[in-house]
Ligand binder design. Structure first.
Ligand code: ATP
Length: 304
């Protein structure tokens, strides 16, 4: 048995740490630079694996120098790479990221091989995905692949966690409603609902509008304000853990990976959200996305 199938993206993060964002036409020197493994799917897989879940990854890499690095990184975290496929003649996914001194980030995405993750790749991995307790999806790969994975989850009674990131207006709501846990951040919620999301009551109203349209569970990550779980019956807010934020890159993925782990291990949504909040809070205290994720030993004292 496996715990979690993450079907989605991988990227190599090229992170420039800067004083401020450059203006149009301006050349700035960045005081610091780092290369890290990222991509929403890969981040979520690594977060769950760091918490102790058995994770398989279904993704595509290019045939450049980043591909072997990405596969080695999955293996280092004990993630099953049988369905990490190399695509000849294509670049791997790359994400140039700018983080300013207030820890705000701007991110460019070059999807590369991720664009070629097809519904057939889900079918090819079907026998192994069937052994998983949860399927985790994001939107950095073609939507038809996401839809195939949702159908697969429904067909085999495997709960589906859908992180609608980056937000896409083309997302078919019929499929969204087939997911079991829908986890946007505030800006994704705003784009998907066309509703304001400034205050918590506005966020609750926007999330409730999705529940009224047929979604079972909407969990909105709200940065330093924590996370909100909205269902037909109730609205729960899990506050964030107060920390000094250094770099919030990958915080949403940290939350989703750790939440998926909790859902598989004990199934208690609020408990999984609390642990995910702690995990994500610790991740913003360090630079990088995956590089900032704690392991269970680092997390435990923080939870006390
Ligand atoms: P990113 O796009 O940077 O990966 P996101 O916008 O998808 O992140 P957020 O909603 O910013 O995700 O953060 C996810 C979770 O991380 C939050 O719900 C919260 O639990 C935790 N978190 C984020 N920022 C902070 C912070 N400054 N302090 C404490 N916890 C935080």
């Amino acid at each position: 048995m496996m715990d979690i199938a993450v079907i989605g993206s991988n990227m190599v993060d090229l992170v420039s740490y800067i004083e401020r964002m450059p203006k149009e036409g301006e050349t700035l020197e960045a005081p610091d630079f780092e290369i890290g493994c990222g991509g929403k799917g890969a981040n979520q897989a690594v977060a769950a694996a760091k918490m102790g879940s058995d994770v398989m990854m279904v993704t595509k890499v290019g045939d450049d120098l980043f591909a072997d690095n990405t596969i080695a990184n999955f293996k280092k975290h004990g993630i099953d790479t049988e369905y990490v496929v190399k695509v000849p003649g294509t670049s791997s996914g790359v994400a140039p990221i700018f983080v300013d001194k207030e820890s705000k980030n701007s991110i460019l995405i070059i999807k590369g091989a991720n664009k070629q993750l097809a519904p057939e790749d889900v079918d090819a991995a079907a026998e192994k995905i069937k052994k998983c307790s949860v399927i985790v999806l994001q939107l950095e790969v073609p939507l038809e692949t996401v839809y195939r994975a949702i159908d697969f989850g429904n067909e085999w009674n495997i709960p589906v966690i859908l992180n609608p990131a980056p937000a896409s207006k083309e997302l078919d709501f019929q499929y969204v409603c087939k997911s079991d846990y829908f986890i946007p951040n505030e800006s994704e919620l705003e784009i998907l609902t066309d509703m304001p999301v400034t205050t918590e009551s506005e966020i609750a109203a926007a999330a409730s509008s999705l529940v009224q349209k047929g979604l079972k569970n909407v969990i909105v990550t709200m940065g330093s304000r924590g996370a909100m779980w909205v269902t037909n019956e109730a609205v729960h807010v899990v506050p964030s853990y107060p920390v000094k934020a250094i770099d919030t890159t990958g915080a949403g993925d940290a939350f989703i990976g750790c939440f998926s782990h909790g859902l598989v291990k004990h199934g208690d949504v609020l408990e999984a959200m609390r642990k995910a909040s702690a995990f994500a809070a610790l991740s913003v205290t360090k630079r990088g996305s995956q590089a900032s994720y704690p392991n269970e030993d680092e997390l435990q004292p923080f939870l006390l």
